[in-house]
Design a protein around this ligand. Structure first.
Ligand code: NAP
Length: 338
């Protein structure tokens, strides 16, 4: 089968940063699906893993956002999946990625993809929807149905892939006021189009901009970018007993004592935790993806796909990595077909 991968870490503009290869088609294990990959999306995880690749001669395949069709199922897979099913998933960071014609994935991580989306639009959804969903509902503790636990949510980095899903999912929480950050007119307009009640600039004075909105404090904060830069201001903005959830690690340990007097909570979200540790509830990702597909088909949220870069091959993927590394993309970049 065709596959795109790398042997060693190189800048995305280097012609060997990602290369095309022919490799054997993988064989599904007991709980796996063998999937024909129709479209993929790129994520910062791709260029992070690329940048950390050891120069050990091993060929590594990246790619953790897939829309495809089930070709066969392992002997232990539930009857929920049959050959021909249209599926989407993010998969497992500890297994080969999906930048290949065929891919095997643990069926517990896979959802049936939205009927109303193209393959590319569907591929843009799983990783960011899972991250946003787990952050809002599993980590911060919002409920989609009950009276909101809090009144205000600030999403730092609203126009990126995760922010685009987080804004939309947060707007499903009854009565929650959602403020997003974005720094450019086009990224600010994108956040508003997804439902953000207000947009402020993450390169400006966050406290002052919130004060201008008569919002001196925020109940819950989701950090999707540049946690080192933003944490000191966010620690001041956070309401007493509030929760701050980050999906990005700090390069330097933050002063977490600064939120002690507020009895505040700092909580992490890492979308690959459930698959990486094979947690007892890893099937929750299948359920989340199926629910997200229902929400999309019901018109309640939409795919954040903004640009398809064409066929899945090394040159197009190198271009996709380069664009993503600029940290100026809006929504999601996808590639379709081999
Ligand atoms: N823990 C997890 O499970 C998990 C899952 C997914 C992603 N992540 C991480 O979360 C981060 C965001 O992922 P993503 O897919 O949303 O990335 P992305 O799509 O590449 O994000 C691009 C956006 O980042 C914004 N941005 C750039 N610099 C910023 C800054 N200093 N402060 C705030 N926002 C800034 C830009 O907005 P403007 O153009 O408006 O400036 C741009 O729209 C990445 O670091 C990724 O590795 C973690």
């Amino acid at each position: 089968m065709k596959a795109v991968g790398l042997y060693k870490a190189l800048p995305s503009a280097h012609p060997e940063a990602l290369v095309d290869r022919e490799i054997p088609t993988p064989v599904p294990g007991a709980l796996d699906l063998l999937v024909r990959v129709e479209a993929i999306a790129v994520n910062p995880a791709d260029y992070r893993v690329r940048g950390q690749k050891a120069d050990d001669g091993q060929f590594v395949i990246l790619g953790w956002d897939v829309a495809g069709t089930v070709l066969s199922t392992g002997p232990g897979v539930s009857s929920a999946f049959r050959p021909g099913d249209a599926v989407y998933y993010a998969g497992d960071l500890t297994r080969p990625g999906a930048n290949s014609e065929f891919h095997v994935v643990d069926s517990r991580l896979v959802g049936h993809r939205p009927r109303t989306l193209s393959a590319a639009e569907a591929a843009a959804v799983p990783l960011t929807a899972l991250t946003a969903w787990e952050a809002l509902f599993d980590r911060i503790g919002f409920s989609r149905t009950d009276k909101p636990r809090w009144q205000t949510l600030l999403i730092v980095g609203g126009a990126g892939g995760v922010g685009s899903m987080a804004i939309q999912l947060a707007k499903l929480i009854p009565g929650l006021r959602v403020i997003a950050t974005a720094s450019r007119p086009e990224s600010q307009a994108w956040c508003r189009s997804l439902g953000a009640d207000a947009v402020i600039d993450h390169f400006g004075d966050l406290r002052q901009q919130l004060a201008d909105l008569v919002l001196p404090q925020i109940d819950a904060i989701l950090i999707l970018n540049d946690s080192d830069r933003h944490f000191p201001a966010l620690a001041e903005i956070l309401a007493p007993q509030g929760t701050l959830c980050s999906v990005v690690p700090f390069k330097t340990a933050p002063d977490i004592n600064s939120i002690m007097r507020k009895s505040a909570t700092l909580v992490w979200e890492f979308m690959f935790t459930r698959s990486m540790f094979a947690t007892a509830d890893m099937g929750a990702q299948r359920d989340i993806l199926n629910t997200v597909a229902e929400l999309i088909d019901a018109g309640q949220i939409k795919s954040a796909a903004t640009h398809d870069l064409g066929l899945i091959h090394a040159a197009n993927l190198r271009a996709a990595h380069g664009r993503l590394e600029s940290q100026r993309t809006i929504g999601k970049l996808t590639l379709t077909g081999f």
